[in-house]
Design a protein around this ligand. Structure first.
Ligand code: PEP
Ligand code: MG
Length: 754
């Protein structure tokens, strides 16, 4: 690279712009000049907008010229955004495989693997990024970086002036136009997978607030009667009852009372009476409904009670339904069948409705996907991704969309080529019947070591599948699901019914009931009234149960009764000390005592265990083995708390590392202690179904894994290819490492698939 000539030429660029029309010319000349002097296939300039924190491609030599003005990156997004965010050059030999690489279809960037981005800054002001790209093998080196830094510092002044002119002269609305064009152009949506699978179908944007807002601003030419109103009430109630029944048929444990708030309002004499009074005083029924609904929603929304606030959504939902029936514009039940639902808000009850209506897939926009929402979606087998592409909420209904919830991507109006690719992948996926035919009743490694595969159960529907796939028992039954989708704590009798059904489905296999694991991101709208500053560290899990002993005891009694004559295991979540375990055990003893006295049939000797989710258990593990009957490691929370990384926060997903050396060494210590002290230990967090960790887990002595039934066959197959001695050697090698990067290499991970 001829650095001096390049710097000289750049300095001459100042001459080039005298008015706004030559600014593009200036940038075009810059990229042409730099590309040629640096022997690069691509040179691009991105400029940064401080107001919306966005980088926009403003000139390029080498990429598709149509992408100018259309490619946009947030600060920190993609390698280019990262260079500006971290104010450092980023040099990559194989950029397209870097997890930070942002793929834009149609600009042909993927042809150039060698990548160098240098931020353009002046003082504390971020101006943009200069990017060079070359084809495979033609790497950039340190002297390229130094040269480019000199160029960007000269460019900073020139571009800053040019940008000022651009801002002054660009016609208003240009940004808008670019935005619209962008939505049309960008058909590839990158998100995060929340529930695996593929789905392809027409889009439906579900937005209750928007539908209500449209109704509120609408004129009603036709005059309706009081009779029309009463008919609409009856029709709405019938529909809701039918929906309730539909959900109930599919999900007996989860369905109860989802629409109870809707039905209560429909029967409420103040609501109905209020509307009737207005109609009788001459108000057109649609306006009367909206007027009374507004009063209701106002008082719910300002009640300061989160349960009541959540109910405003029920009213919104109900009013839209009631109005559609009055106006005779009602869509029939089943309107979501095989459709891809795009929504900005999603409650567990919404998921149940979507599942019962057989929606094809879900794209949740901008929402945080609580771990339980995604666990529920998996149990319901609805592919779901979470994305922050808000433009999708403006997507016209019926636009075809393909959700690839294996990778977290979505394709709007996908080409035939993309569809064909997914169809063949879809064919390669085994159906449940095929899985049933392939799976073996007994799981062993290549050398014949026996491994026990248990199932994690969230809904009763999972249990049936798990048995058909030869699971050896339930390693984790998340009892909070029936609590989450109700309007109040289920009582002992309701819980007993659900637990007994599970016991019967499992036909004598061991069942591990986890006591209520509420709090953190798993909230109960009817309980979590007080907002906690740090819910992840707040009144949750066993702490909640111990502070609410009557609720806890009711649950324990239901478990003891349901587990009569069975291999019943009760497991306490988030245990932090032996004292806490003893307090929880005491509650079980009290329940046993009472059931004895009441002469009620129950299990007399349940095994009592703890879920290892907190790092403070590690050093006490030997002592714990003297108290608890068994252990199960919840790696999801264990990693979260060991590393201080929120498991649901996308922004820190890169720091959530199962292969952190401290995590691995802690796991080894836990497993070794339990094995030496003759206590059962299993893994029930996501690590149990991540194939790359199987050799390590086997190598440190794990012999029981519990997972979502959908993973059983895949894990059985992977285990059958592992040799125990080799696994031990791998585990030892991994335990010797102190650096995350070295472990990533051994595991052959690029960070995106961890
Ligand atoms: C875990 O923390 O690993 C676990 C299995 O529990 P949950 O995902 O329900 O928090
Ligand atoms: Mg957990």
């Amino acid at each position: 690279m001829d650095n001096e000539q390049l710097l000289y030429d750049i300095s001459q660029l100042n001459e080039l712009f005298r008015d706004s029309t030559s600014i593009q010319n200036l940038l075009d000349k810059t990229v042409a000049m730099v590309a040629s002097h640096t022997n690069s296939d691509v040179c691009s300039v991105y400029l940064y907008n401080n107001d919306n924190h966005e980088l926009v491609l403003r000139a390029t030599r080498g990429l598709n010229p149509d992408s100018v003005g259309r490619v946009k990156l947030k600060l920190g997004q993609g390698l280019t955004g990262l260079a500006l965010k971290e104010l450092r050059p980023i040099c990559e030999k194989d950029a397209i495989h870097n997890p930070n690489f942002k793929f834009f279809p149609g600009i042909f960037e993927e042809r150039y693997e060698c990548f160098l981005a240098v931020p353009i800054v002046r003082g504390i002001w971020k101006i943009g990024v200069l990017v060079l790209q070359r084809q495979k093998g033609r790497y950039f080196n340190d002297s390229d970086i130094t040269a480019l830094e000199a160029v960007t510092s000269q460019l900073a002044n020139i571009i800053e002036n040019a940008r000022f002119l651009m801002a002054m002269h660009e016609p208003h609305g240009e940004e808008e136009n670019i935005q619209t064009a962008l939505s049309e152009q960008f058909k590839f949506i990158k998100g995060k997978a929340a529930s695996e699978g593929f789905a392809y179908g027409p889009a439906t944007v579900a937005n209750k607030k928007k539908s209500l807002a449209i109704l509120m601003s609408r004129e009603f030419d036709h005059t309706y009667t009081l009779e029309d109103f009463h008919k609409a009430i009856t029709k709405t109630a019938d529909q809701l009852e039918e929906l309730q029944e539909q959900v109930g048929r599919k999900l007996s444990d989860a369905a109860s009372l989802i629409f109870s708030a809707h039905l209560v309002i429909l029967k409420d004499k103040y609501f109905v009476g209020g509307v009737v009074n207005l109609i009788e005083s001459g108000v057109n029924p649609p306006l009367a409904i909206l007027q009374v609904a507004t009063q209701y929603m106002g008082s719910f929304a300002t009640s300061g009670n989160s349960y009541m606030q959540e109910k405003t959504q029920d009213i919104e939902d109900l009013i839209v339904r009631l109005m559609s029936n009055l106006l005779n514009e009602a869509e029939e039940l089943g309107k979501f069948r095989n459709r891809i639902i795009i929504t900005g808000e999603l409650l567990p009850s919404d998921l149940l409705i979507l599942s019962s209506e057989e929606a094809g897939g879900i794209v949740l926009i901008g929402g945080t996907v609580t771990s339980h929402l995604s666990i529920l979606a998996r149990s319901l087998r609805i592919p779901m991704i979470v994305s922050d592409t808000y433009e999708l909420l403006g997507l016209p209904d019926n636009t075809p969309i393909l959700v690839d919830a294996e990778t977290g991507h979505a394709y709007v109006d996908p080409s035939d080529e993309i569809l064909e690719r997914f169809e063949s992948q879809q064919k390669a996926r085994l159906t449940l019947d095929e899985q049933k035919r392939s799976i073996q009743p007994v799981t062993t490694t290549r050398d014949g070591t026996r491994v026990h595969l248990f199932a994690n159960i969230n809904l009763l529907a999972d249990a049936k599948v798990a048995c058909e796939l030869h699971c050896e028992g339930v390693g984790l039954y998340r009892t909070e699901f029936p609590f989450m989708i109700r309007n109040n704590f289920p009582n002992e009798a309701e819980q007993f019914t659900i637990y007994r059904e599970l016991v019967q489905l499992m036909k004598g296999r061991p069942i591990t009931f986890r006591t209520l694991d509420m709090g953190g991101d798993k909230t109960l709208s009817y309980y979590h009234d007080i907002k906690e500053q740090n819910p992840a560290l707040g009144l949750r899990s066993i702490r909640f149960s111990l502070q609410n002993k009557p609720v806890f005891a009711e649950q324990i009694r239901a478990m003891l009764r349901a587990g009569a004559g069975e291999d019943l295991r009760i497991m306490f979540p988030m245990i932090s000390s032996i004292d806490e375990f003893c307090q929880a055990r005491e509650v079980v003893f009290e329940c046993l005592d009472k059931l004895d006295k009441q002469n009620k049939e129950h299990n007399h000797k349940p095994k009592l265990g703890i879920m290892v989710e907190l790092p403070c258990v590690v050093d006490l593990i030997d002592d714990f083995t003297k108290e608890a009957d068994f252990f199960s490691i919840g790696t999801n929370d264990f990693i979260q708390f060991m590393l201080g990384v929120d498991r649901t926060n996308e922004n820190v997903a890169d720091a959530y590392l199962s292969h952190h050396p401290s995590v691995l060494r802690a796991l080894k210590k836990l497993v070794q202690s339990a094995n030496q002290n003759g206590k059962e230990i299993s893994i029930c967090g996501d690590m149990a179904h991540q194939e790359q960790y199987l050799p390590f887990l086997l190598g440190i002595g794990v012999r029981t894994l519990s997972m979502n039934p959908g993973y059983l066959l895949k894990i059985q197959k992977a285990l059958s290819e592992i040799d125990l001695d080799e696994a031990k050697a791998t585990a030892e090698k991994m335990l010797d490492q102190s650096k995350i990067s070295d472990l990533a290499q051994i595991l052959n991970l690029n960070r995106s698939n961890d």
